[in-house]
Design a protein around this ligand. Structure first.
Ligand code: PLP
Length: 401
């Protein structure tokens, strides 16, 4: 009996446990302290009434034999795929319902999609990055090449002189926009460079659009399929988690266009085969809730929550601006990625902020080596907490400067 030894190559993920431990130690020493967490990437606003009503109605349907539902379609109920198609239509993207796959969230699909690709492929992953891309490829033993995000390219690496992709045969490219952790968003010209690069090099882009709902500037792409040619080279992953507060309810979707053919094989067909074998679908009740997100009422309600988080982001960005601190994100994203003041290492800044201001953020190193010296703040907290946290932040950073 042999295990998958690739798992032994994974780094233990200490980041969030180390943060939690430091916060616990600090609270134990100073029990009266009021600690505010701006580190978490989880939402705090409850599900909107349109979603709750739809799910309550679905629960009642499940209680009567003539409306009860057993196993659903593995690809997702037609009513939800149809609603998702309508959402894309509004962005100018025409899809067929059979190009949409409903799942229990983007994280599962981002990991599972690797099932349909050869383990020989070379993957290109930005650094810093959402750690799931790296770990899932380590688990399957793929060769990983990193592309550097840094202040010089505003944490938006491109297939140009900043990224040494010219001499490497890249097969799979990960892009995340709006980005976690940096909050940076590719514009259409930048995304076009990646689409053209993928088409020229017979590579595939795995495009993570989990934060697309935060895009307010309509000139920015909210789907990679807004770029010509993307249907021939990209898979898009999306989620109701941050769009509509489904982090605990669980629902997402992945788009694989029929035009996407690699190795003379339709990737849509391969994924359908994979999902029908290994996945039995998302609960009917949750899918009815997700459908309600796209109703007129649902959209109005979730937009209010997104505006709420974006106003929080604006408060954080204003405070950083007044302090003269370099940052990205915060405009079309719930994350703000800042340069630690006085070139402090990010764990030192974490300790300083926790000790002096009772505010918790996330040290950039947790997202890759290029995160060293940077720090992530999240706008998912309550307004009151964000205001207080940034008052304290400004005070202690001024002392430092
Ligand atoms: N992609 C990115 C970039 C994320 O930050 C997250 C969650 O934080 C996910 C995907 C996972 O989303 P889901 O809750 O749909 O699994």
């Amino acid at each position: 009996m042999k295990i998958n030894k690739n798992y032994l190559n994974l780094n233990d993920s200490y980041l969030f446990s180390e943060i939690a431990q430091k916060v616990r130690d600090n609270s134990a020493r100073n029990p009266e302290k009021d600690i505010i967490r701006l580190g978490i990437g989880d939402v705090t606003r409850p599900l909107v009434p349109a979603v709750i009503n739809a799910m309550q109605k679905a629960v009642l349907e499940m209680s009567a034999s003539d409306t009860f539902r057993g196993y659903g379609e593995e690809q997702g109920y037609a009513f939800l795929r149809h609603a998702i198609r309508g959402h894309y239509e509004k962005k100018g993207v025409t899809l067929n319902d059979s190009e949409i796959f409903v799942s229990d969230g983007a994280k599962s699909d981002l990991g599972n999609i690797l099932d349909i690709f050869s383990a020989d492929n070379t993957v290109l992953i930005p650094n810093p990055v959402y750690p799931v891309y790296v770990d899932t490829n380590i688990m399957s033993g793929r060769n990983i090449v990193y592309m550097n995000g840094n202040a010089g390219n505003n944490f938006l690496p491109l297939p140009d002189k900043n990224v040494n992709v010219k001499n490497i045969n890249v097969d799979i490219i990960y892009l995340c926009s709006p980005n976690n952790p940096t909050g940076a968003v590719y514009n259409k010209d930048q995304l076009r460079l990646w689409v053209n690069y993928a088409l020229e090099n017979d590579a595939i882009i795995l495009f993570d659009a989990a934060y697309e709902a935060f895009i307010q500037d309509t000139t920015l792409p909210a789907s990679i399929y807004q770029i010509d040619g993307a249907k021939k080279c990209a898979i898009e992953f999306c989620s109701f988690s941050k769009t509509a507060g489904f982090t605990g309810t669980r629902c997402g979707y992945t788009v694989i266009p029929h035009e996407l053919v690699k190795d003379r094989t339709s990737l849509n067909k391969l994924w359908l085969r994979r999902q029908t074998t290994k996945f039995n679908g998302v609960s009917y009740i949750v899918q009815r809730g997700a459908e309600a997100v796209f109703s007129g009422e649902g959209m109005t309600q979730i937009k209010k929550d997104i505006e709420y988080y974006l106003s929080n982001a604006g408060i954080i960005a204003d405070a950083l601006g007044s302090l003269g601190i370099w940052f990205t994100g915060g405009q079309n994203s719930p994350y703000i990625w800042l340069k630690c003041p006085k070139n402090m290492p990010s764990w030192d800044f974490f300790d300083y902020l926790l000790e002096k201001a009772n505010v918790v953020g996330t040290p950039g190193e947790g997202f890759g080596a290029n995160g060293a010296g940077f720090f992530r703040l999240s706008a998912f907290g309550s307004r009151e907490n964000v205001i207080t946290a940034m008052e304290r932040f400004s005070r202690v950073v001024r002392e430092l400067l």
